[in-house]
Write a protein of this length. Structure first.
Length: 468
């Protein structure tokens, strides 16, 4: 994504600058193709043959035939190694290599020129500044297109970008307003190049096999400090942190939240990453990594607001993992509903199709179970009941609960049990999975909260009248 973004920026800057720099070059080349150009008395072509080669090179470059331009430049250099125009030839080499997409050679050639004093070398008041700008500008274009530049090439590219950023030698005859506009474009190009140089080592580290996550994280963190509003840097820092989390699972809980923060930061600042990505996909991804890590989108809006205000998370920043959330909620549930939590644990093991019966027979049957709480549904028989059907509903359950425990009493009740909440102690005696039902032997005396009403007297049948 980042490479696409920088290519777009580079091409845009080049197009705008063409009117000031490149158009002038074309006009100059066309004039030189038809007539001997004006030149200081101290410089001369060795002979007509050198001029003809020079003229051929300019035609090649004007016609965008850069491979032929390189061939012709090599011929010129071979036949006239000490030409008075070897510095101008060096500029043409830089242009021809870049045009032929031989970006490494373009930077190397520019480095030889930049080892000198460019303004001193190209001191003509009309053409000198244009030649210097051509070298610096083309070097900036070339360095961002090299896949894996050497440290030396990176140094040349950074030097060219800094020089271009500060360059203010106006070509003679160019209006002040036109030069001011051109200089703005040059500075835009220089800044984009410096930004590319800042993240380039990080990109190289991430491209290694295996990726050098730690080095990439260091590079992108520093780059984000220098360019805090660039969402593509935040996104790449998130990638590096994510890489660290995968490489060190033990640190995922610490590093993962920081990666998520940077993805959210990128989505909040510019989800298109500078026009190189689908903004919706980046935003959706940032949301999804948060909800996957946390288990829900609770707290996401707060993190978004925080990420929008700062490029890096504050010290101690963290996001609770889904496992931690579940554990915390489970502990809170146990604290608030200890008897219900205990029953749900028992029920969960009993309901296991593979191991439920084994659990009952091996661990639960005939074992004393701590006091449970539930809702009495009905008694059997309805009056002077010997069994009570009990449900254990969740706190927010709606509708009529389903009985899942049968309390088998040691003696029949004296009345009719009323539906309502009860507590009891009992010993599991039997169990069926389908339908689910646990039977517990229970003493009447160990049931708390049980209410009953007197049983209605039995209806007396009238005796049949005696026959006379």
């Amino acid at each position: 994504m980042y490479n696409s973004y920088m290519t777009l920026k580079t091409l845009t800057a080049a197009a705008v600058l063409a009117a000031v720099v490149l158009t002038g070059t074309v006009h100059q080349a066309r004039a030189q193709a038809t007539a001997q150009p004006a030149k200081p008395a101290t410089k001369n072509y060795k002979d007509q043959g050198e001029y003809d080669i020079y003229n051929e090179v300019t035609k090649d470059i004007v016609g965008n035939n850069f491979p032929k331009a390189i061939t012709d430049l090599d011929t010129w250099k071979s036949k006239y190694p000490t030409s008075d125009y070897k510095d101008a030839r060096a500029v043409l080499y830089v242009q021809a290599y870049a045009g032929a997409k031989q970006f490494g050679k373009a930077v190397d050639a520019a480095g030889e020129l930049m080892a000198k004093d460019l303004d001193g070398t190209f001191n003509d008041p009309k053409s000198g500044p244009t030649d210097v700008v051509k070298v610096l500008f083309t070097t900036c274009q070339a360095i961002v297109n090299i896949q894996n530049p050497t440290p030396e090439q990176q140094a040349i590219g950074a030097k060219a970008a800094h020089a271009l950023l500060d360059y203010n030698r106006k070509p003679e005859g160019v209006p002040d307003a036109a030069w001011a506009d051109a200089r703005n474009q040059l500075q835009t190009m220089a800044k984009a190049t410096l930004m590319t140089m800042a993240v380039m080592p990080g990109q190289q580290a991430m491209a290694k096999t295996p990726p050098d996550c730690a080095s990439a994280e260091t590079v992108f963190t520093k780059a984000l400090a220098d360019y805090p509003d660039k969402s593509f840097i935040s996104y790449n820092l998130g990638r590096a942190l994510n890489c660290l989390a995968r490489a060190n699972p033990d640190k995922a809980g610490e590093v993962g939240p920081k990666a998520i923060y940077e993805f959210i930061r990128a989505a909040q600042m510019d989800p298109t990453l500078g026009g190189s990505a689908d903004g919706k996909k980046i935003s959706d991804y940032a949301d999804s990594v948060y909800t996957t890590f946390h288990g829900s989108n609770d707290g996401l809006d707060a993190v978004k607001a925080q990420a929008k205000s700062s490029p890096l998370p504050p010290a101690g920043f963290t996001i609770e993992t889904a496992t931690a959330v579940a554990t915390r909620k489970q502990n809170e549930f146990k604290e608030k509903f200890p008897q219900l939590a205990m029953w749900l644990g028992i029920k969960g093991q009993l309901a296991d199709p593979a191991n439920g019966k084994q659990y009952f027979d091996g661990q639960l049957k005939d074992a004393a179970v701590p006091k449970l709480k539930g809702m009495l549904i009905e008694g059997k028989p309805a009056c002077r009941s010997k069994e009570l059907l009990v449900a254990v509903p969740l706190p927010d359950a709606q509708g009529t609960p389903t009985a899942e425990i049968t309390l088998k009493l040691d003696a029949a009740l004296t009345g009719k049990p009323e539906a309502g909440e009860i507590q009891w102690e009992g010993v599991p005696a039997a169990f069926t999975q389908d339908p689910f039902m646990l039977t517990m032997d229970t003493e009447k005396a160990k049931i708390e909260g049980l209410k009953s009403t007197p049983c209605a007297p039995p209806v007396q049948k009238k005796a049949a009248p005696k026959k006379k």
